[in-house]
Design a protein around this ligand. Structure first.
Ligand code: GDP
Ligand code: MG
Length: 166
């Protein structure tokens, strides 16, 4: 069986970078996906021997009448409801922001399986941010670097036992 993984988080934490890494060139054309708008990009992901659907909460950067906060909440809720597992990314170089805290609360209330990812964790500029992430109440943060491909074996190790459940 396969599962779906939604990558959620505020703008600029590296969601699309990770999405692209997991999907490679296998991006599903969003127009071919009934029920999926361009705000939620779907692709066929591969990580080790795992095959799954990954959802990127894109569309946060577009200017609309609605506040970023409201849009972020709505899109995140939709992604959470669509997906079996959520990967919540923060930017470990920036640390935990108020927007991260809002999203963490949605996830604590609404999502069944949440993996907390502290992205941009390459090098040693990220340690303080990783430690801050523990306070989000979503378990131990996974140190990853979407850009440099670090932490992928740890992500695999988190997903693999969950994958068996779906
Ligand atoms: P999104 O808005 O959450 O989709 O974030 P993007 O994937 O567009 O990335 C935002 C910025 O962070 C871009 O400039 C990326 O190159 C950068 N970025 C993404 N992942 C990493 C990472 O692991 N390390 C560093 N240093 N930068 C990253
Ligand atoms: Mg993006």
């Amino acid at each position: 069986m396969s599962f779906s993984l939604a990558i959620v988080g505020r703008p600029n934490v590296g969601k699309s970078t990770l999405f692209n890494r997991l999907v490679g060139k296998r991006l599903a054309l969003v127009d071919d996906q009934p029920g999926v708008t361009r705000d939620l990009r779907e692709g066929a992901a591969r990580l080790g021997d795992l095959r799954f659907t990954v959802i990127d909460t894109a569309g946060l950067e577009e200017a609309t009448d609605e506040s970023l906060q409201g849009r972020m909440r709505k899109l995140t809720e939709r992604a959470v409801d669509m997906a079996d597992i959520c990967l919540f990314l923060i930017d470990a170089r920036v640390g935990v922001t108020p927007a991260d805290e809002v999203l963490a609360e949605i996830l604590r209330k609404r999502a069944t399986h949440v993996i907390l990812g502290a992205n941009k964790a390459e090098g040693n500029a990220a340690e303080a941010g990783v430690l801050e992430a523990y306070a989000l109440g979503l378990g131990e943060p996974l140190r990853i670097s979407a850009e440099h491909g670090e932490g992928m074996p740890d992500l695999y190790a988190m997903l693999q036992p969950l994958a068996d459940a779906f």
